[in-house]
Design a protein around this ligand. Structure first.
Ligand SMILES: [Zn+2]
Length: 150
């Protein structure tokens, strides 16, 4: 499996936020509207491999980006899932660390499965390439991308 997160051409297609240590990409196959990925600039496979500075950077990026994603795509009660697939038996398809942010709504199609029973490889919504293109453009405008944040 090639590593699209180390390839600037690949990440450039869906990146809407860029900071020194982390970028945020719109998932190319979102399972809910707003499904995005927090990806370290440096190639690491596990979240425990982040340096303290990178972990602080992740925290800063999440504090800025998550509230916007929830405001755009989530529900008033601030519901979302964060998910990391780490290691070969976790279902991961790309070794480069990426943290899924999945906005949740009271009427989303995963509710009938309850709680964390979300299959991050299976979209029940009708969210195709047009949706991804439109939302990447919308988020880039909001965050003033391109342009790197601290
Ligand atoms: Zn990589």
């Amino acid at each position: 499996m090639t590593d699209p997160f180390c390839n600037a051409v690949d990440t450039g297609k869906t990146r809407f936020y860029s900071a020194k240590h982390f970028m945020v990409l719109y998932n190319i196959r979102p399972i809910t509207a707003g499904h995005s990925l927090f990806v370290p600039v440096r190639h690491v496979e596990r979240i425990t491999e982040l340096t303290d500075e990178e972990a602080k950077g992740l925290n800063r990026v999440m504090k800025e980006v998550i509230p916007v994603l929830i405001r755009f795509y989530g529900s008033e009660d601030n519901s979302y899932n964060l998910a990391v697939q780490s290691g070969p038996y976790s279902g991961r398809t790309i070794d480069h660390l990426h943290i899924h942010l999945i906005p949740r709504k009271p009427d989303d199609k995963y509710q009938k499965r309850g709680g964390l029973k979300v299959d991050i490889s299976e979209s029940l919504e009708d969210l195709g390439p047009e949706h991804v293109r439109a939302e990447v453009a919308r988020l880039r405008k909001h965050f003033g991308y391109p342009g790197q944040k601290g």
